[in-house]
Design a protein around this ligand. Structure first.
Ligand code: ADP
Ligand code: MG
Length: 463
């Protein structure tokens, strides 16, 4: 299949691009209607996006029964022969092109029929980890350096550094990226380690299916016999009693046998609603690391890194323009960049500030620029040189109490949040505490010039 697709592409793409990006790719195998193509390295991953339309067109013209093309690196390829020193591929064993496919779909823990050239392969991991989500590709800034360091420590010493590692943060802050990076890194250090990545939602769906088809044993095997379990978006399990019960036992089994558990969530354990206490408390056994939205410099660095990966020149003024106009979500930041690159290549123009302003106008206008409590916390924490998590802790030392009161005061002034909501976002403070804090700052602000200046400055930064 892939050879025929390549032949079709060769006629449509300029020679240089074809030689560089497409020629080094190889058919790996078919899995149902999924065509797996091996690329020499993760650098080739963008081939999929760049030539998506042409590949689709070729598939249609050739009337191939293929629904998706999946690019995989040699590390991920169950049939991968060793890559030669010069970076080229050694010839594929001839039978690997028509080996039976269904064994790939078998339960990953079952050592299903390995061919002679392959040892036990953890197909599960490879198909679920995004090859782009590596530590190298993660830009570190003040908001995420703690989480990054924790993730690296866990990858270096699974089950010995922190177990579980609980990562939390808002949408698009890089939680999934860090989890995958842990998976890749462990795999690199310990090629035989079995790693499972699953979202809370998938965990639940698979469990429900297993109950229905009486396959609980294989379901349990699958999650309880791994060296590293990466479980994403755990908040999805809120209110799902049966799922939590099952996960509770999975957690215990893994923890007792010194296997690493990494959990990602959109909020800290304490704030997970409708969760069993015994689970919440287990989530706090290891290390809890939050990821805060990136500051401007980090956003610029992320954009530059992404542009570099796309082999695109991104002038600094353009990066600054995007970073300061797109909200804090990194995913949206990427979206803006992708859009800009696509626009420029379509119109055959260079990326300049003027072009960026024109092309992203709509994108930026549609973003309602609202001040959030998160933003307030981040700004206040930065101003006082502390961590956002400290604003939410129970610590009552003066250095922490005053910034916390200021942040609550700003939350009341600048957002629509109710007092209980503000209390919730500050680590579960009672609304009377919030009210007390606000009136205290309100009062002091009139008397204390320095305090007043600080608050004005914070308000300015925020709006
Ligand atoms: P989350 O799981 O927290 O919602 P993701 O991990 O899916 O967020 O991240 C969204 C996108 O932003 C991904 O493409 C990811 O690679 C990128 N991203 C987030 N943070 C960073 C960072 N610090 N450096 C580089 N890319 C990042
Ligand atoms: Mg995620």
């Amino acid at each position: 299949y892939w050879v025929r697709i390549l032949a079709a592409l060769e006629k449509k793409i300029n020679r240089q691009s074809y030689e560089t990006w497409l020629k080094p790719t190889r058919f790996s195998h078919l899995e149902g209607k999924k065509l797996f193509v091996r690329i020499p390295s993760a650098d080739f991953q963008h081939v999929g996006d760049r030539y998506a339309d042409l590949i689709q067109e070729a598939i249609e013209n050739l009337e191939l029964d293929v629904e998706a093309v999946v690019l995989i690196t040699p590390e991920q390829d169950p049939r991968a022969p060793k890559v030669r020193e010069d970076g080229g591929f050694a010839p594929l064993p001839s039978h690997s092109q028509n080996a039976p496919q269904q064994s790939r779909l078998a339960s990953p823990s079952a050592p299903a029929a390995p061919g002679p050239e392959q040892s036990r392969f953890d197909w599960n991991t490879a198909s679920q980890l995004n090859p782009r989500y590596q530590f190298d590709a993660f830009v570190v800034g003040s908001g995420n350096q703690f989480a990054m360091a924790a993730a690296q420590a866990v990858a270096e010493r699974p089950s010995k550094a922190y177990n579980p590692l609980f990562l939390y943060g808002g949408v698009g802050m890089g939680k999934t990226h860090l989890m995958h990076a842990i998976g890749h890194d462990v795999k690199r250090r310990m090629p035989h380690a079995s790693i499972s990545y699953v979202s809370g939602e998938k965990f639940m769906n698979e469990m429900v299916d297993s109950v229905r088809y009486q396959k609980m044993t294989s379901f349990r095997d699958r999650f309880r016999n791994v060296d590293v379990l990466l479980i994403d978006d755990i908040q999805f399990m809120a209110g799902k009693e049966r799922t939590q019960e099952e996960f509770f036992h999975t957690f215990n089994t893994l923890h007792e046998s010194m296997k690493q558990i990494v959990i990602a969530s959109d909020r800290p354990p304490k704030e997970l609603p409708d969760f069993e206490d015994r689970l919440r408390s287990r989530f706090e056994w290891g290390l809890i690391a939050d990821i805060q939205p990136p500051d401007l410099e980090t956003k610029v660095a992320i954009l530059q890194k992404k542009a570099e990966n796309e082999q695109t020149q991104l002038p600094t003024d353009v990066a600054l323009f995007i970073a300061s106009n797109v909200r804090t979500n990194v995913r949206e930041l990427e979206g803006a960049l992708v859009r800009l690159i696509a626009w420029c290549s379509m119109h055959g123009v260079e990326i300049t500030l003027a072009v960026a302003q024109q092309c992203l106008k709509q994108f930026i206008d549609t973003q309602v620029r609202k001040i959030t409590i998160e933003a307030i916390q981040r700004t206040v924490a930065e101003q006082f040189g502390m961590r956002v998590s400290e604003l939410k802790q129970k610590n009552n030392s003066r250095q922490i109490v005053v910034p916390r009161q200021i942040a609550m005061y700003l939350a009341k002034q600048l957002t629509e949040a109710s007092l209980p909501e503000i209390g919730r976002q500050f680590g579960g403070k009672h609304h009377t505490t919030v009210m007390h804090s606000i009136s205290k700052i309100d009062e002091q602000r009139r008397a204390d010039k320095d305090l007043n200046r600080t608050i004005n400055k914070l308000m300015e930064t925020l709006s």
